[in-house]
Design a protein around this ligand. Structure first.
Ligand code: PGA
Length: 240
């Protein structure tokens, strides 16, 4: 199966024009890449980017857990789908920490995304204080989180898990980096709990992407910061 490389733009770039030029610069690298590539821009950009770049695949960074109703400011999975998203990231650690999302909400979101026939990219990962206690403690945390997040989800053919140790997200400058060996070991552990595709995410860049992708258990990458640079992301796509 092809490696899956997902670009998570987060709250960047500030204008749709900047998003368009990034995609224009990256289009040749996407065409040449052997990987499946998904771009997750800020949701207001989705419709226009899909129209301008019909051959690219898009995803949403999040979607609300209700189909419709009195939820000011929320955007549901079906709405994301109608503007071109085929993937939706759910349970990103930034949503959990900064927006106080619970496992029960993440579970509802994942279910709704799958119900819409879209692919859910479910993010799980342990915080630093757990990792400091060791691998066994981290595995226990991951197993419990996953159990809650995929509760009563039976059709997992469109479920992708992204293992993102929280302490390793956007930290390449601080030096706190997950090693490819440890990431692959945790991903093997996750696959024993649930047979599905599992990506790695956390400070991946063009220099280290190849080391992660060399492990056959690592089915792809979820890339934040490095996905905002055509040079970096283009380099990651070449590694795949
Ligand atoms: P990063 O982000 O690549 O900047 O560490 C990854 C993510 O948050 O999905």
């Amino acid at each position: 199966m092809k490696k899956l490389i997902v670009a998570n733009w987060k709250l960047h770039p500030k204008t749709i024009g900047a998003g368009q030029s990034l995609l224009k610069d990256l289009s040749p690298a996407v065409r040449r890449s052997r990987a499946q590539v998904v771009f997750c821009p800020p949701s207001p950009y989705l419709a226009v980017l899909k129209e301008k770049f019909p051959k690219l695949t898009f995803g949403a960074q999040d979607a609300f857990y209700a189909e419709e109703g009195p939820y000011t400011g929320a955007v549901g999975p079906e709405e994301m789908k109608s503007v071109g998203a085929r993937f939706v990231i759910v349970g990103h650690s930034e949503r959990r920490s900064k927006f106080k999302e619970t496992d029960a909400e993440v579970n509802k979101k994942a279910k709704l995304v799958l119900k819409e026939g879209m692919t859910a990219i479910l993010c799980i990962g342990e915080p630093l204080e757990v990792r400091k206690k060791g691998i066994a403690a981290s595995q226990k945390f991951i197993a419990q989180q996953l159990k809650k997040d995929i509760k009563n989800i039976s059709n997992i053919s469109k479920l992708v898990i992204a293992y993102e140790p929280i302490w390793a997200i956007s930290t390449s400058d601080s030096g706190l980096m997950e090693t490819p060996e440890d990431a692959a070991a945790m991903i093997r552990f996750i696959k024993k709990l649930k047979r599905t595709r599992v990506l790695y995410g956390g400070s991946v860049d063009m220099k280290n992407a190849g080391e992660f992708l060399a492990y056959k258990d690592i089915d792809g990458l979820l890339v934040g910061r490095a996905s905002l640079s055509a040079k970096e992301f283009g380099g990651i796509l070449r590694s795949a």
